[in-house]
Design a protein around this ligand. Sequence first.
Ligand SMILES: NC(=O)c1ccc[n+]([C@@H]2O[C@H](COP(=O)([O-])OP(=O)(O)OC[C@H]3O[C@@H](n4cnc5c(N)ncnc54)[C@H](O)[C@@H]3O)[C@@H](O)[C@H]2O)c1
Length: 421
Amino acid sequence: MNDTDYDIRDLKLADQGKNRIEWALQEMPVLRELTTRFSKTQPLKGIRMSGCLHITTETANLARTLKAAGAKLVLCASNPLSTQDDVAAALVKHYAIPVYAIRGETTDTYYQHINAALDHQPVITMDDGADLVSEIHKHRTELLPTMMGGTEETTTGVIRLRAMAKDGALRFPVIAVNDAMTKHLFDNRYGTGQSTLDGVIRATNILIAGKTLTIIGYGWCGRGIAMRAKGHGANVIIIEVEPLRALEAAMDGYRVMTLLEAARQSDFIITATGDKHVIDQAHLDVMKDGCVLANSGHFNVEINIPALEAMSISKHRPRPSVDEYTLNDGRKLRLLAEGRLVNLAAAEGHPSAVMDMSFANQVLCAIHLVSQPQKLENQVHNVPAEIDQEVARLKLDAMNIQIDSLTKEQQSYLSSWQEGT
Ligand SMILES: NC(=O)c1ccc[n+]([C@@H]2O[C@H](COP(=O)([O-])OP(=O)(O)OC[C@H]3O[C@@H](n4cnc5c(N)ncnc54)[C@H](O)[C@@H]3O)[C@@H](O)[C@H]2O)c1
């Protein structure tokens, strides 16, 4: 590979990255199975793909599976702060997969890297946040005629894509991998749950037990974070705008109230909504001295950071992922990871075992896109149910869990309406 074919921090980090990628692979039995299967059948042979994903050990293993299936793949980062530089180096040096990603890159470099990945002329995109799809539609329309489709990893990306499809603006089909059951039920809940707490703890090393911890958003991510925070002994408060989800949180045993009320008593506040400025000036105004703020939603807009900056008289960095703001009334507020996904910026992202299922969906959906006799409609498509079932079956096999199946009598009973009391 030429050194113009990649842009990473330091190739010398490659051996450390390789060790960590191999370590993660031990927890990814479904991807291992798909690699064995598809290295023989080569369903992606010669397919040009660009992936805009968090450059982590798990993504490296996804990339290896896609390459083994025959894809010609390049990668760029889906967030300026989530890249693991040793993984990027290992992908280039040990697995010959071009990567354009440097942890801490500026927004300009971030977009240069997205464009470098698009210079590869993909026919399939794999996004986490829809940045490739969005860039192709805005500035790289020359790629549209040859596009076969894309896949999308996260809730926020799916929301953006559905908005494009609704406006008739989407010019190629995209599969919403996030919406597969074997993705969001596990990745968003158990993955974000564990890794968000991991990020907060690594960043601060503050004891969670006995503290008041507020979570904004009781979706799949919020539920997972709440469950894990409760396990750590926190007094958990949930903030929601959806009545059903607020009710569910209340019946799950959490306190539910408005953010204005919670802000006054919280030691930690974590956002997981996919929404903008959910923590706004009015909430910052009443927060308790010392409150820790973190975000686990996709973009760094959930906390109104410009407002926080404007009301501060100074800011310093006591620990690597902590910015302590001193406000003009003397209170201190601590922002983690510059408001970016705390689980990826201050920890290592989701555990491999959960990404195993998300990325198995990615592989099977990419194959689904290229194996259609006719291009799918230019819409956001659900993951086919057979793929979801297949991923669940493979994961259960790998976990050595056997389950029962319906008898003939039960199948007929469950599909009939005649039988009653
Ligand atoms: N950190 C990660 O690694 C990771 C992993 C998966 C998803 N995500 C991201 O996390 C975010 C949430 O994902 P999800 O799957 O939980 O979504 P979801 O749609 O299941 O849940 C989001 C919840 O936030 C609530 N909400 C929206 N605006 C709000 C507001 N102003 N105040 C209170 N509640 C509000 C919604 O009602 C909804 O219940 C998305 O941005 C997604 O892309 C991050």
